[in-house]
Ligand binder design. Sequence first.
Ligand code: EPZ
Length: 456
Amino acid sequence: MSETTAPPSTAIPDPRPRVDVPSDTMTVRGGVPVDGALTIRGSKNALPKAMVAALLTEETCRLTNIAAIRDIEVVEELIGIAGGTVEHDADSITITAHTFTALGESDVERLHNASRIPILTTAVSLHRTGEAVVAAPGGCAIGPRPVDFHLSVLRALGARDEHHDGMIHLRADRLHGARIDLPFPSVGATEQFLFASVLAEGDSELANAAIEPEILDLIAVLQKMGALISVEPNRTIRVTGVDQLGGFEHRVIGDRLEAASWASLALATGGRLTVEGVQQQDLATFLNVYRRAGGDFTIDAEGNRIEFTRARRMLRPLALETDVHPGFMTDWQSPFVTALTQADGVSVVHETVYEDRLGYTEALRTLGAQIQVFTECLGPTRCRFGAANHRHSAVVVGPTKLHGAELVVPDLRAGFSYVAAAAAADGESVIHGVGLLDRGYAEFRHKLAAVGIDHS
Ligand code: EPZ
């Protein structure tokens, strides 16, 4: 046997299909307006919450309009550890949790750091086992993202908490009704309230609640399960607890954050892009701002198919302030700012939901954008961050000719804005860490190709 030949491989060939793990680095060759049509599936910020709702019953629950996003894998894993089952088929997920075992510290630590969703199972665990553990959750790097509102909701509904080594242990025999006033209309804390109060003893009320379409979709799921929930006109949610909940079948709302991202890409590159699967009313505020900036759109009769174009060659600059629903969503901000770099004049952006969501503008400057970040509240509202020295406002001067650059993705929405900027830029850009986009943009590379973005 000669030195040079490897011994015959005795390895048994691996039967599983080879899964191409796309490289985490993408090269984008820009300068071409997008042109194409996309179908958008279930919302990243609604689907996982409906999966958590399924844990509130022993009966079988089925969800359709499923998007293949990484964020649901974390919830699936959690359901498996807690003793439930998750079955997939083409466009649906079936969840059954006949039994539920409270998660142990190590699982909680790992899962809470991987995503914002696991903390939402705290109320479920209290209902089903009388105990739960909480760790400071992870998620995107857009701010400290504390969970103090979640804990104050659970305490108000009767949970007792003890803190050991960075972990919070909660106990409750049965949660009971209470009146709670949220300091800020937090989506997560409102969801925690819903999961906790639907099976609590008596009546509960949450003032200053979040009323995002994703919250209303969760309320629709809980109502199907037998819950008694009403949304009052002034951001107040009222719940009368019931003894048990049943199963459900539910089609999750389309992802309005993903739709707005692709629309912003069309605006930034001066292209034409049709999105199907998201309701006009869930995008109403975005559509107004899109038109004010010089974009245009046509919508079909059902309000479910929107074609985005440009109404004029040069975009108009504008003053943009993010807010909770029905305001301009914070998750629409970074992709839209990329388009504003192409506007003819000075735009002003005031981010009022997260204190640290303008870091990505540094990278846009390396592509040639002219953006300055400020700690003042540059908008009509004096927000929570005004007095706290947070860099939460920006001035964008356009139009600027963007050119290729090398970038590293810091969080989901910023990552999309980098790809949009690279597509609008002349030349080649190299973007590292695009795998992070799989958390919230299903079939991302396939969709890029479908709208004509030259990438590899
Ligand atoms: C949800 O996050 C979404 N994530 C976020 O989308 C979205 O930006 C956010 O709501 C606002 O709409 C999911 O649904 C998984 P919050 P959530 O509680 O629930 C502060 C994306 O890109 N706060 O409404 O974590 C918090 O720090 C992601 O898709 C507390 O201070 O948001 C933030 O400043 C990013 N204490 C503000 O409230 C708390 O206990 C809003 O947070 C809870 C929140």
